[in-house]
Write a protein that binds this ligand. Structure first.
Ligand SMILES: Cc1ncc(COP(=O)(O)O)c(C=O)c1O
Ligand SMILES: N[C@@H](CCOP(=O)(O)O)C(=O)O
Length: 467
């Protein structure tokens, strides 16, 4: 039976996979989620042992896509997406301790885990748009990595114009150049005077402005888009299988900001993968760790840290977790999100909090602790962590259980954050050769205030899909 997708806020039409992918945010402001979870038995999972990444991806993703894209096309798209990765295993596992493993998600074109989903999403969207003869305008918000990955994946595509909002002065120089040195005519980098939360709020306001949304055929590539989260489920399966699943339970620590990556781990668990703890690792922007501790989701000002991609207070996919942890209670989600918008905080209902605590643990790592972790891991094993992954390792070591393997998701290559890594370890990681000359290329971007009307006008002026 085909899965359809419903809004976490309960007031938008249910959609099939392709429509949900093109829609991005639901029209009631909610996030699309599958109405039911595909289910994999222990035998189904055992059957995947030893298979290549692309075959496991095909098996995990097929039930979400259903028959809307035929099997041969989906296989081809998956193969092409992961042929862009520089490691044969696509997302290899490296052992760094007796029961500690690093899942390297940074072997794609822009050196961050975002490539895993973005390479697939761009090809899926292009296929669907070509078969419908349609064009879209993609607007994305980034704290540094989503933007570069989206620009790389969608550059020069005929059917999409891409506008990326990044917080001016708050991304690393490598991240900035990955966004501002594309010469593609369909790419528009916009430096916004604000932080990532401002960029993401502007993006959601654009989706909620239905006149604008319809005028430009707005679509999204943030983890707002279900297909982004879906693609990230695969590496929970591949890594757990390497460590003995389904006959062994595996825990995961995930450097977390917008909650998309760790929500993919929760999805894998709901689908039958034996996942133990899902550990949320945050930097000084520790809203999620505070929420799990206190039951109050309460925003504060964003602090600029050495792991800038996680400098986030309004964690978009927490809404998806609230939906499932509340027993699929769209009213509770809607009320919570309205309260958050009005007052900057909301109390998590006691049963919902208990359900969250049953699956998740959380802790934060300060900048000093993160730097010390980079230094210590380098000294002990020669392995060089980026600051986001180091946040994960720090927290994983505090919360690991002796008998359960702990996989830490390595979300970025250290070369994206050379200054922080150099200051912590004394080693300056070089960019790989395919990015040679990146830092010398000429930049093109437009600076705009954090003003909805001005940004919408800019998009309308430059979007080919504007009617
Ligand atoms: C390098 C890096 N690590 C971790 C994160 C946090 O991931 P998520 O937003 O899915 O929680 C991000 C941004 O999303 C990132 O770019
Ligand atoms: N850290 C992200 C923030 C956006 O996250 P997304 O998963 O919702 O796209 C980034 O690097 O831009």
């Amino acid at each position: 039976m085909a899965i359809d997708y419903i809004s976490t806020r309960g007031n938008a039409p249910a959609l099939g996979f392709c429509d949900a992918m093109l829609a991005g945010l639901a029209r009631d402001g909610g996030l699309y989620v599958p109405r039911e979870w595909p289910s994999f038995s222990a035998d189904d999972i055992r059957d995947m042992r030893g298979l290549p990444y692309t075959e496991i991806a095909f098996r995990v993703l097929s039930p979400f896509v259903g028959e809307e894209i035929d099997a041969a096309t989906l296989r081809r798209i998956i193969e092409e997406s992961y042929a862009t990765f520089r490691h044969e295993a696509v997302c290899p596992l490296v052992q760094t301790g007796p029961n500690e493993f690093i899942l390297e998600l940074f072997h794609g074109p822009t050196l961050a885990f975002k490539d895993v989903a973005m390479q697939l999403l761009a090809r899926l969207m292009d296929h669907v748009l070509a078969s419908r003869g349609e064009r879209v305008t993609i607007v994305g918000a980034t704290s540094g990595d989503t933007g570069g990955a989206a620009i790389e994946a969608f550059a020069n595509t005929e059917r999409a114009d891409v506008f990326i909002l990044f917080p001016e002065g708050r991304v690393s120089p490598v991240q900035q150049r990955q966004m501002t040195t594309s010469n593609a005519a369909n790419v528009h980098a916009l430096a916004i005077k604000g932080n990532f939360d401002d960029c993401q709020a502007l993006l959601k306001d654009m989706f909620n402005d239905h006149r604008f949304r319809d005028h430009v055929s707005l679509s999204g590539v943030n983890s707002i888009n279900w297909a982004r989260v879906m693609a990230q489920i695969v590496y929970y399966f591949t890594s757990a299988l390497s460590l003995g699943a389904p006959d062994r339970t595996v825990s995961f620590t995930v450097p977390t900001g917008n909650f998309g990556d760790i929500f993919a781990g929760y999805a894998a668990k709901r689908m039958g993968l034996p996942v133990g703890r899902l550990v949320i690792a945050t930097n000084d922007n520790d809203i999620l760790a505070r929420t799990l501790a206190t039951g109050e989701y309460s925003t504060r000002g964003v602090i600029a840290t050495t792991s800038p991609s996680m400098d986030i207070q309004v964690s978009s996919n927490f809404e998806r977790l609230l939906y499932f942890a509340s027993g699929e209670n769209a009213d509770e989600v809607r009320r919570s999100m309205e309260t958050l918008k009005q007052s900057g905080s909301f109390p998590v209902a006691p049963q919902t909090l208990a359900a969250i605590r049953a699956d998740f643990a959380a802790q934060s790592s300060t900048m000093d602790e993160t730097a010390a972790t980079i230094r210590d891991v380098r000294a002990a094993s020669g392995y060089l962590l980026d600051p986001h992954t180091a946040t994960g390792v720090k927290v994983a070591r505090a919360l690991a259980e002796e008998r359960t393997p702990m996989v830490v998701l390595a979300t970025a290559h250290p070369a994206k954050f050379p200054l922080a890594v150099q200051q912590a370890s004394g080693v300056e990681p070089p960019l790989p050769d395919w990015l040679d000359g990146l830092m010398e290329r000429e930049e093109t971007f437009t600076v705009l205030p954090s003003d909805l009307k001005m940004i919408e006008d800019h998009v309308i002026r430059h979007a080919r899909a504007a009617r």
